[in-house]
Design a protein around this ligand. Structure first.
Ligand code: G1P
Length: 297
């Protein structure tokens, strides 16, 4: 039987303090790259990978996310009356089938591992995906889809992986590489935010995961680690200790760290340049700006 993944967890409870004051009243996942919020990119990627059930782990102050995925009958009627079919079409991507989306609250910010654990009853006893909307990945074939296809052969747990500069490794979960098959590695360990100089490699975990339900049990056993939080990385590493398979998948695509201001700006420029309707004007603007700056130096 083909291995399938139909549920995905979206941890969206974070306070987004790096983007204050914007995130005082707007969840960071609603912040926009060109004209789509970060969460829309994550949902589109999940859909492309065959996900049918979407589980949001939210927190206080995040109700804008629930509204975003609700129907908007008045708005739709107004657009229909005005004959704005293109906008109606754009709105369609925000519509969810009834019952396909669930929201559960993380009452205390106790880490990514704890956030995923909050969704345990909705996940049940099957493999599931986790998508961190901060990590936006531009790719011809969406990253989670690449992983789901690889997972059909491998089973086990799989995390998206990317080489990062050695000095940046301490900002990530890092893989200890057992066997390197090129597009994929088998991990023999994983460590969350290793202190500078101690990382087992420079292959970092990026925010896409396919996990076995056993990881949820492991989350019951692990203790807080990096930053005093319950880390998902530790629960996956525990899986290796128990003899399970854990793979790091070197995805094809460009990843933007939209949890940082610099990454968010880079993504904005890149997605702006990728848009046919904006490309020419935007490129010209950037070229002019750069040449003015160079002339001033
Ligand atoms: C989280 C994970 C980390 C991973 C990173 C990818 O960290 O805990 O293992 O490498 O996402 O973006 P965060 O960036 O939330 O601190």
């Amino acid at each position: 039987m083909k291995r399938r993944v139909t549920k995905a967890v979206f941890p969206v409870a974070g306070l987004g303090t790096r983007f204050l004051p914007a995130t005082k009243s707007v969840p960071k996942e609603i912040m926009t790259l060109v004209d789509r919020p970060l969460i829309q990119y994550a949902i589109d990627e999940a859909r492309a990978a065959g996900i049918k059930e979407f589980i949001f782990v939210t927190a206080r102050g995040k109700s804008a996310l629930e509204d975003y995925f609700d129907h908007a009958p008045e708005l739709e009627a107004t657009l229909r009356k005005a004959g704005k079919d293109d906008l109606l079409e754009a709105l369609k991507t925000t519509n969810m089938e009834s019952g396909a989306i669930a929201y559960i609250r993380q009452h205390k910010a106790m880490g990514l591992g704890h956030a995923v654990w909050c969704a345990r009853r909705l996940i049940g006893n099957e493999a599931f995906a986790v998508i961190l909307p901060d990590d936006v990945i531009a790719a011809e074939k969406p990253c989670l889809q690449q992983m789901v296809e690889a997972y059909e052969d491998t089973g086990g747990c799989m995390v998206a992986a990317m080489e990062v500069p050695v000095e940046k490794a301490s900002s990530y979960g890092v893989l200890d590489i057992g066997e390197d098959m090129g597009h994929m590695v088998r991990a023999r360990g994983m460590v969350e935010k290793p202190p500078v100089g101690t990382a087992p490699s420079n292959l970092a975990v990026i925010g896409r995961y396919i996990l076995t339900p056993r990881v949820l049990q492991n989350l019951n056993q692990i203790k807080p680690s990096a930053g005093g939080e319950l880390q998902l990385t530790d629960a996956i590493a525990e899986e290796i200790t128990k003899g399970g398979d854990v793979f790091g998948y070197r995805f094809r695509g460009e990843r933007f760290d939209c949890g940082s201001k610099a990454g968010f700006l880079q993504a904005t420029v890149s997605f702006g340049l990728a848009r046919e309707d904006l490309r020419d004007e935007f490129r010209l603007f950037l070229q002019e700006m750069l040449s003015v700056q160079q002339a001033a130096q």
